[in-house]
Design a protein around this ligand. Structure first.
Ligand code: ZN
Length: 395
């Protein structure tokens, strides 16, 4: 059997950053056979500048919004952003399909091997069936008025069943956000037994917590604008948004909390203290989208101090200039230079694969897995990413 051998300035295994004295050995199909010391690796080694890493896992994307690239201005805050999405998300199906295909291919080139993708409809289904990427589909439902819980759930269930036919183990039905899902709708979602992995947009703006604490803030403008009279059914809970909705999610074994820009120590303490069937709570950071929408970054040091499990996402092209995990890594290293690159690369690879339930094949260079290989180039002298860095899929 023919082997392929790869050596970089650094070899990241999925958990550990090794130096250039290690060689990755795979078979012809890219299945990992060994990490060998250079002295024992023999001939025919392909050498690369920079880091070799397992393929990246993008845990949060909205492929179906790819046609909205560049449409929404930056730094407006979340509520004006959502109103712009609602106003401008419509386009012809051909435009939407073309943008989905382009974004899917760009992610592949950039070294992403798997995506946790939010779907409000089935427009991305055809592309995903033929994609070189693997997908976990989060079929998302929203509706803040209790009166529309049942019809909204039924529409989402139809999309969910469509995706289930092709992705039986990688489709979930999930709530959009605490401020957009009624207690009734949370109940319908939670009753779905097959939902072992869930996801929710969490604490993306300070107004989200304010809305639940006091009932004030910009979410009133959102509901006024879309004509929903929230006084009929909404009472502020006097708690943060996360603390309010956590008891409504009981079935899933794993929960991805996406954004977490305004998550506090109190929220983390509550997550640890609350008896729940949720065995794994995962913080999914989308830093470039946070800068785009709110011009704020999540409290990453707080998550590290609490040993929280972290993964990375790009969010959509409506709130990001590119769907690139290496660009997310760069933004984190620029703003949190004390966090070792090895730690951030683990979020981007093995942690992501574990979160999406794909770690049997992806996320690390372990014997028998086929995780893809990405080459990150143009590092600085300290071995960190620079604005010149590129990530290129080499296998
Ligand atoms: Zn999102």
């Amino acid at each position: 059997m023919a082997y392929q051998k790869f050596r970089g300035d650094y070899l990241f295994t999925g958990t550990t950053l090794l130096d250039n004295k290690h060689v990755l050995v795979t078979n012809e199909q890219g299945v990992v056979k060994d990490i060998a010391p250079i002295a024992e690796a023999g001939e025919g080694i392909q050498t690369f500048e920079g880091i070799l890493s397992p393929g990246f896992i993008n845990c949060h994307c909205h492929l179906e919004l790819s046609h909205m690239k560049g449409l929404i201005p930056e730094h407006t805050g979340l509520v004006p952003f959502i109103l712009s999405i609602l106003k401008q998300r419509h386009a012809t199906e051909d435009e939407i399909f073309a943008a989905i295909q382009q974004a899917d291919e760009a992610m592949f080139q950039e070294g992403i091997v798997a995506v946790g993708d939010i779907s409000n409809n089935a427009l991305s289904f055809a592309q995903k069936q033929n994609s070189k990427l693997q997908y976990h589909n989060f079929i998302e439902v929203s509706g803040f008025s209790p009166a529309i819980a049942q019809p909204r759930f039924e529409v989402a269930l139809e999309v969910y069943n469509t995706f289930k036919t092709h992705f039986p183990n990688h489709t979930s039905l999930v709530p959009h956000a605490p401020y957009s899902v009624s207690t009734n709708l949370f109940g319908l979602i939670d009753a779905l037994d097959s939902n072992t992995l869930s996801s929710i947009h969490n604490q993306e703006t300070p107004d989200e917590n304010e809305f639940f604490f006091t009932g004030d803030g910009s979410f009133n403008l959102l509901y006024e604008t879309i004509g929903v009279d929230i006084k009929q059914f909404f009472q502020p809970s006097g708690k943060t948004s996360l603390q309010t909705i956590l008891p409504l999610i009981s079935k899933p074994k794993k929960l991805l909390l996406v954004h977490d820009t305004f998550t506090s120590q109190g929220d983390i303490d509550l997550l640890k203290a609350t008896p729940s069937s949720i065995q794994q709570t995962i913080f999914c950071l989308c830093v470039n989208a946070n800068l785009y929408i709110e011009n704020k970054l999540p409290p990453i040091d707080l998550f590290l101090q609490n040993n929280c499990e972290i993964v990375l996402g790009t969010d959509s092209l409506a709130s990001n200039h590119q769907l690139s995990i290496s660009s997310e890594i760069l933004t984190i290293t620029q703003n949190f230079p004390h966090i070792p690159l090895q730690t951030i690369l683990q979020w981007a690879t093995s942690n992501g694969a574990n979160a999406l339930g794909m770690d049997n094949q992806l996320g690390s260079f372990i014997f028998g897995k086929k995780p893809g290989i990405v080459n990150i180039t143009n590092l600085n002298k300290q071995g960190n990413l620079t604005t010149e860095s590129n990530a290129v899929r080499i296998l």
